[in-house]
Design a protein around this ligand. Structure first.
Ligand code: ZN
Length: 385
């Protein structure tokens, strides 16, 4: 068996297939591309998997890097899946679990996409990357680029968390600040020459890293799936990735039955996916004047919005928006009850758990996984002294 079962790239919009072993961004039709694998050729067993090191590269057959020597790693993956008994009892969901992505290099789930994206970019010959970011993705990609010996140019809004600026600087990447939103940072990056643009979903492999959250949740639950998974949704790569992971595991024959209902959680200050879901539209409309304390999910129009909406529809999921006041209250509440200082984006998913339990959409006996996407320590301003 080869290290990776990667076979080709496929466009989820026009259906065209592309050679995976080239430097490629979007499909010529403008859609993101998805990596496809020769799943029937994977001979890995659950017992063999269980004996591997506890990082995301344990799933290398379903990841795109072909040669082990091209793996760029800081030890990412296999984050805890923590029961939250005290908090769960209070919101009326006894079987509530938190997948805690705060315990990963660079302190956020962005490390997964960066590890796999940088490794694969390096493998196909890229040596200079550039990207716009709301902060955490930029700091992660800068760190992995440094680890790979690649140059990185990161552009972020001046309002992004200051810690992310420091993280970009300390690893020696070039930082460009814009007085605006992530779209303005993206416009700057598009003007630069000599770099490979690794913006969200503009290259095919970040999603493969994010996918490992879904693989881990399934493995950590003994290949029995939860009823509901909630995800804070900006660009939406995580929720698309989790959906993709579960579909691939089903193809592998390792899981069966209905997939967990996937929930995209946004802030009322920027809720294009929720609006499209409520109107039954296949794509979102750009959200005007986007602003929320959950800065990481301030994405007025996501390139992969149609895939997020498909993931929700395919799993009988839903999309909900919660306001900033509720997000902060939930962050503090969870910390007091369970000792976990999570990021505002993660807190949004807990506010959604409470809301969906009150409405009856989540049942009392459902097993529910809420994603915390990063460390609260990166957002000290959320706790006044
Ligand atoms: Zn296409």
């Amino acid at each position: 068996m080869t290290f990776s079962a990667l076979s080709h790239l496929e466009c989820p919009k026009c259906g065209q297939t592309h050679d995976a072993d080239q430097v490629i961004g979007l499909c010529p039709c403008g859609s993101p591309l998805l990596a496809r694998y020769d799943v029937p050729a994977v001979t890995l067993t659950k017992d063999e998997l269980a004996a591997r090191p506890p990082d995301l590269w344990r799933y290398h057959e379903l990841l795109p890097v072909r040669a082990p020597e091209n793996v760029v790693t800081l030890g990412e993956g296999m984050t805890p899946l923590l029961p939250l008994p005290r908090y769960g009892r209070e919101v009326g969901v006894e079987r509530l679990l938190m997948k805690d992505e705060g315990l990963i290099p660079t302190g956020t789930f962005k490390a997964r996409g960066a590890a796999v994206g940088v490794s694969r970019a390096y493998e196909v010959g890229v040596r200079r990357i550039a990207m716009p970011t709301n902060g955490n993705a930029g700091s992660s990609w800068a760190a992995y680029a440094a680890r790979a010996g690649m140059a990185a140019l990161i552009s972020m809004p001046v309002a992004a968390p200051e810690i992310c600026r420091r993280e970009v600087k300390v690893v020696g990447a070039e930082l460009h600040l814009v007085d605006g939103l992530i779209g303005d940072a993206a416009a700057f990056i598009r003007e630069q020459e000599g770099y490979f643009d690794v913006s969200t979903l503009k290259e095919p492999y970040r999603i493969e890293g994010k996918k490992t959250m879904g693989l881990e949740i399934a493995e950590q639950l003994g290949w029995q799936l939860p009823d509901v998974i909630l995800y804070p949704t900006g660009g939406g790569v995580g929720i698309i990735g989790i959906w993709k992971a579960l579909v691939e595991l089903r193809e592998l024959g390792w899981i069966d039955g209905p997939l967990p209902r996937l929930v995209a959680v946004q802030s009322t200050g920027c809720a294009p996916i929720v609006q499209a879901y409520e109107k039954g539209l296949p794509e979102s409309e750009p959200w005007p004047d986007a602003k929320t304390i959950a800065f990481g999910i301030t994405v007025p129009k996501a390139l992969g919005d149609f895939l997020v909406l498909q993931a929700i529809a395919d799993t009988d999921g839903c999309a909900v928006a919660v306001d900033d006041e509720t997000i902060l209250a939930e962050q503090h509440h969870l910390a007091r009850l369970e000792g976990a200082f999570i990021c505002p984006e993660g807190a949004a998913t807990f506010a959604a758990v409470r809301r969906l339990r009150e409405s009856g959409w989540i049942r009392a006996d459902d097993q529910v996984v809420a994603l915390n996407t990063g460390l609260g320590l990166k957002y000290p301003e959320t706790v006044p002294l």
